[in-house]
Design a protein around this ligand. Structure first.
Ligand SMILES: Cc1cc2nc3c(=O)[nH]c(=O)nc-3n(C[C@H](O)[C@H](O)[C@H](O)COP(=O)(O)O)c2cc1C
Length: 224
């Protein structure tokens, strides 16, 4: 995988939602973390506070998350503003859901099957590892959140370059208190999102399709 060109790596990355149980070797994980540590940040503050959870701790956390979710006790540190999407943004969100549930042959009105898919987030799609991206709180948090986003992309691409699959998960941030409690993280650290990762299950239907992107003209204006 080391010989993959950058273009191959960035264009082949996609979200993986079913993993093999095979763990990532510790020295490989350390290399990936070294790669991600090279991420730029505002004033070089390096505000990421990353917790990698595996093994028995991951099982304990999964149980706790399913439990709090069943009780309807969401404790997000940040809002999720889906209902604020408009125009092309809203269309893209709908297209993504249509592709996802369409490929899995889950009908729009099959709320139970849809909910079951959503709940798979909380068992990390059977991944052997999950990373939680915590951050300190500075002002309106926009700058620090963008630093964490950059860290996340470095981490995702480093995983991809080594044939390791991943999925960023806002949903894991909906239960910030539970995650902090199980991992012993203090309240001043805010949870932006989690990333489940491991070797992809190549046989799984959920990993067999991709969602598209608009042409660059939709997002980029070239000025001369
Ligand atoms: C910050 C962030 C949060 C996301 N949260 C979730 C999530 O909670 N659950 C999920 O299944 N996918 C989640 N995704 C994956 C997106 O749906 C996915 O990146 C998008 O549809 C593009 O598909 P691709 O990653 O396969 O290219 C998230 C992605 C990002 C960047």
């Amino acid at each position: 995988m080391d010989n993959h060109s950058f273009q191959e790596v960035i264009r082949s990355r996609r979200s993986i939602r079913q993993f093999l149980s095979t763990p990532v070797e510790e020295e490989v994980l350390r290399e990936i973390l070294e790669d991600a540590q090279a991420t730029p940040s505002n004033c070089n503050t390096q505000p990421w506070d990353v917790h990698i959870v595996s093994g028995a701790k991951k099982e304990e956390l999964k149980k706790a998350l399913l439990n709090t979710s069943e009780q309807g006790q969401a404790t997000p540190d940040f809002t999720f503003d889906l209902h604020h999407y408009y125009g092309r943004y809203a269309e893209r969100q709908i297209e993504q859901a249509q592709t996802f549930y369409g490929e899995l042959q889950i009908a729009r009105e099959d709320h139970e099957a849809r909910q079951k898919e959503v709940m798979r987030n909380l068992s990390f799609f059977d991944a052997p590892h999950v990373a939680f991206l915590f951050m300190p709180s500075f002002g309106d948090n926009v700058r620090v959140a963008s630093d964490i986003g950059m860290y996340a992309q470095s981490f995702l691409l480093s995983l991809t370059a080594r044939g390791i699959g991943s999925v960023p998960q806002t949903i894991l941030g909906f239960h910030a208190d539970t995650v902090r409690q199980v991992l012993g993280v203090s309240d001043d650290k805010k949870l932006l999102f989690g990333i489940s990762f491991g070797y992809p299950d190549q046989e799984a239907k959920v990993n067999s399709f991709r969602v598209g992107r608009d042409p660059i003209e939709s997002n980029v204006t070239l000025h001369n």
